[in-house]
Design a protein around this ligand. Sequence first.
Ligand code: NAD
Length: 245
Amino acid sequence: MLENKVVVITGGTRGIGFEVAKLFKKNKAEVIIFGSKEETVSKAIEKLNAMNLNVSGYYPNLKDYSLVEKTIKDIIRKYGHIDILINNAGITSSKKIEDTTIEEFNNIMDINVNAMFYMIKAIVPYMKENNGGAILNTSSMVSIYGQPIGVGYPTSKFAVNGLTKSLARELAPYNIRVNAVAPGIINTDMVANLPKEVIEPLVKTIPLGRIGKPIDIANAFLFLASDNASYISGEILSVDGLARS
Ligand code: NAD
């Protein structure tokens, strides 16, 4: 479904992003993964290579716009164009407001929102030059209803939805579609690190009766990235087993 498409995936070293990298590569895209460290990026590339899925990788500090811009320029020099951006890197929080430091709150906003903006700002000029593209952001089900603890995380994901809907309008005239996927509870490290008190009550509220798998989310990204979704922009697609309250 993605032949000749060049795809950049942030947070591509594990969890949802790793599964997206796998699925996109199987669908013949040229896949470039971003991670936070050289070591994790190399390990992810090795794992994918072992499956005969050859991808490349980078590890720019996503909090530094000049490094993001430099890395994107490098990719353009090598591949000529970027067709799809999957803005997926993210961190969570499960602390009460009194226990959340200013640095922790700012860090969540830096990674979950500001880095997303940096990636889009650096790539959009090339997508415009190339007469189109697809930008996909990872939101969350907490971007609709909030969550009872860890306010920085839902705050950041509400911002992701705002950025998605607004840029969809701004970039539509350039044939650049901007959508988000809002996962429910998905079985990745991020969820394994959450306390039982947060997870258990949530699982009980899932009408489809199970936690989601990374492939459930990757399939939604594949659809939204492909030409099958060529008339869809500004959507926040819930993929959550209906766990929305
Ligand atoms: P994960 O913790 O397994 O993976 C997170 C990814 O983000 C990793 O590849 C990591 O390298 C990257 N990352 C984290 N901090 C970074 C930093 N400082 N700089 C660069 N990269 C960094 O988590 P996941 O569950 O795969 O989460 C992926 C996305 O899905 C996140 O945006 C998350 O908010 C969202 N999400 C996850 C769930 C879930 O239940 N797992 C639910 C809703 C939304």
